[in-house]
Design a protein around this ligand. Structure first.
Ligand SMILES: [Ca+2]
Length: 210
């Protein structure tokens, strides 16, 4: 019933104008934040990006932003992958160069440094709790994150010690309308492992694409 309830709620948000489709090109829109390790510091936190689409995407001019600190991908250490050209299905990982907040933060992927622009945002996730801690309103406008009401946004619960935030699809693979996240042991540079999130095991059913 939760899925149905969520669907009805999100549909009402679309009608209310709180969520609108992303204007990104199909190739860019298929790149997702696949995994985030945020329990370290600016030298040990990292993020995985995955191309879930069917066309190659060049990420060399793209940016990341978390709690209003930002870096261009081309300036970051490449921890997995050959370069910032992401073929279909390929995964890369970079050190964030930002100390991602372990208790409450957002993480956004952007095609430019215009972080307040929904058109520039490719993907988004946030964890913990709070309000005004990041770009959740931009993400909601971009159709990338659930807005529960005015100023109210969803969060993935915090990862236990040593674990990372993992995107796991509740389906047969590829991008789906609703995507799920789990906190699990890290799998840097390789496809995420562990049980695909289900209604009872998931910790968030947060990102949605329309
Ligand atoms: Ca992984």
């Amino acid at each position: 019933m939760r899925n149905l309830t969520t669907l009805v709620l999100l549909s009402s948000l679309v009608v209310a104008g709180w969520i609108s489709p992303s204007p990104l090109s199909a190739g860019s829109a298929d790149v997702v934040v696949n995994e985030v390790f945020y329990l370290g510091d600016s030298t040990t936190d990292w993020v995985e990006l995955r191309n879930g689409g069917t066309t190659t995407v060049d990420l060399s001019s793209w940016w990341i932003c978390s709690r209003f600190s930002y870096r261009q991908l081309s300036t970051l250490p490449l921890l997995a992958g050959a370069d910032l050209i992401l073929a279909p299905g390929e995964i890369l990982a970079v050190g964030t160069g930002i100390d991602l907040d372990a208790n409450s933060a957002d993480f956004g992927l952007y095609t430019s440094s215009t972080f307040s622009s929904a058109a520039a945002m490719v993907d988004f996730v946030q964890w913990g709790s709070g309000s005004g801690i990041g770009r959740s309103q931009v993400a909601a406008t971009a159709g990338l994150w659930s807005q529960m009401g005015p100023g109210s946004f969803d969060f993935v619960p915090l990862a236990p010690a040593g674990q990372s935030l993992n995107l796991r699809l509740n389906g047969s693979g590829g991008l789906t309308l609703a995507e799920e996240f789990l906190n699990q042991p890290p799998t840097l540079g390789t496809p995420n492992t562990g049980a695909v999130a289900t209604e009872t095991t998931r910790v968030g059913d947060l990102k949605a694409r329309w």
